[in-house]
Design a protein around this ligand. Structure first.
Ligand SMILES: Cc1cc2nc3c(=O)[nH]c(=O)nc-3n(C[C@H](O)[C@H](O)[C@H](O)COP(=O)(O)OP(=O)(O)OC[C@H]3O[C@@H](n4cnc5c(N)ncnc54)[C@H](O)[C@@H]3O)c2cc1C
Length: 451
């Protein structure tokens, strides 16, 4: 390994790899990517791999639209090697009293640049639920289906009490591993060097980056250091004497075999948008309520449980996710898992997909995994320079790091090269926290649009 580099990137997750790819494209030849693990094996290996441009914040929406443009281009150029689809996200509610609020929020998001909102009040309105290929011709914006009949006509497996379904169209899923490998291998072909080691120190001279120290005693001289350390962003920042304003939250997901075919295999990502109480038998409720440890299982659970079919052809796998108990914790690997999670998810999904009840007495064997959302309080990423000269950060990409990776990698490259910056760039700079008013209003911005 050379002892000097134009840039050292710490972290070969999707953000570090996308950065390496766009830096190479911008002409940097001597880029060293350092990771103590194999590429794409930490958080980036545990996501649900979904993407959408539907965000309540204009900067996030701009970032995601750009990232989807870039993924579309990569998909065309690679014969869709990373299986990008455009199934969309379907947000479903059974509550008439929420419909007006959904319309207003959707109009607001549409006006920020997510594409038009088409409201369908009759089941004869033209609506194409599925675009299998020709992603570029797929509809933009969202279709809002109103009325049970219109919804069940296309999604017969949903709860017959459903009254509205918002189908976000510039959305779907992909193989994060294959997207990451495509970027990684292309960067290697253009001179990227990958080095297995842990970054343990960073040397400064006269307040600017001088060299990066590794656990094996090696030192790489470099004028530019990029922190792409995922859940360890803060630790790496501390080597520069910086306190990056991020926290880490544990998030789990479960995969099960849907052998009874409850979820349509061509379904979009299905999201139940209503809070709910889990369906228990009366006997169970009595027992659970009698126990201090278990009573919470009979209390109200939040909206947002989601599922999607996973895998090609004959696959019966579905993924299930629900943030019913967000735990802010320091990252440890492997992450602590919660054995109750799959049963809670199956019961929660029954509100949207009544067929799930068939699994209550015999839960399919789950595969449970998870990782950490590394995020800022307001859920906007950190992409740009830090206080130390020559030092940059890309991260705090929470539950959207896969979908944003391409635009984030492109953006950090523009920061490093001094290239033109898009309109959304300032919103992601670390120095936004220098504004006391911004810091005071962080709580008000807490929605962040995260699922
Ligand atoms: C359950 C779950 C579901 C998710 N679903 C989605 C989704 O549907 N769509 C989406 O877009 N995103 C999703 N995400 C989020 C997404 O997975 C993350 O935002 C993304 O993977 C973060 O990538 P990263 O490169 O920043 O971090 P990582 O992938 O964690 O990479 C960081 C790398 O830095 C390395 N590193 C750290 N410290 C050091 C050091 N000192 N020296 C050397 N190397 C170091 C680590 O070894 C690691 O390889 C989900 C996440 C979870 C947990």
């Amino acid at each position: 390994m050379p002892s000097t580099a134009d840039i050292v990137i710490c972290g070969a997750g999707i953000t570090g790899i996308a950065s390496a790819y766009y830096l190479n494209k911008a002409g940097f030849k001597n880029v060293i990517l350092v990771d103590e693990r194999a590429p794409l094996t930490l958080t980036s290996n545990h996501s649900t791999e979904c993407y959408r441009n539907w965000w309540p914040d204009a900067s996030m929406l701009g970032l995601m639209n750009r990232s989807i443009d870039l993924m579309d281009e990569l998909s065309t150029d690679s014969h869709n090697m990373f299986h990008l689809n455009r199934r969309g996200y379907l947000f479903v509610t059974a509550r008439e009293d929420r419909v007006q609020a959904i319309i207003e929020r959707s109009r607001r998001i549409s006006s920020l640049g997510a594409g038009p909102l088409r409201i369908h009040r009759s089941n004869n309105d033209p609506y194409n639920p599925l675009v299998v290929d020709k992603l570029h011709d797929a509809p933009d914006g969202a279709d809002l289906l109103l009325g049970t009949d219109s919804i069940l006509k296309y999604y017969p497996y949903l709860n017959p009490k459903v009254v509205a379904a918002l189908h976000v169209r510039r959305a779907g899923w992909l193989s994060a591993q294959q997207l990451g490998m495509l970027l990684y291998e292309s960067a290697l072909d253009h001179g990227l060097i990958f080095h297995t080691a842990r970054v343990t120190s960073i040397d400064l001279e006269k307040g600017r980056i001088q060299a990066v120290g590794l656990d094996n005693g090696e030192l790489i001289s470099t004028p530019i250091f990029l922190n792409a350390g995922g859940p360890y962003l803060k630790t790496i920042g501390s080597y520069l004497g910086e306190d990056l304003p991020v926290v880490t939250e544990l998030h789990l997901k479960a995969a099960v075999q849907d052998s009874l075919g409850v979820v349509g295999r061509m379904a979009p990502l299905l999201i139940w948008d209503d809070p709910q109480y889990l369906p228990w038998d009366e006997d169970d409720i009595e027992k659970l309520q009698g126990s201090d440890d278990a009573r919470w299982l009979t209390e109200q659970f939040p909206s947002g449980i989601h599922t999607r079919p996973e895998g090609p052809g004959e696959s019966q796998t579905i993924l299930m996710l629900w943030e019913y108990q967000t735990k802010r914790v320091d990252p440890v690997w492997p992450p602590p898992l919660d054995d109750l999670y799959p049963e809670i998810a199956v019961r929660g999904l029954a509100a949207m997909l009544p067929g799930m009840k068939q699994y209550f007495s015999r839960l399919p064997k789950p595969h449970l995994d998870g990782g950490y959302y590394t995020r800022t309080l307001e859920n906007l990423p950190l992409i740009g320079r830090t206080k130390v000269e020559g030092s940059f950060v890309i991260g705090a990409v929470s539950g959207y790091g896969i979908m944003s990776a391409c635009a984030a990698g492109e953006l950090i490259t523009s920061h490093i090269t001094g290239g033109p910056l898009p309109k959304y760039a300032p919103a992601f700079l670390l120095d936004r926290y220098d504004d006391p008013h911004y810091v005071e209003t962080l709580d008000e911005q807490a929605d962040g649009g995260q699922l």
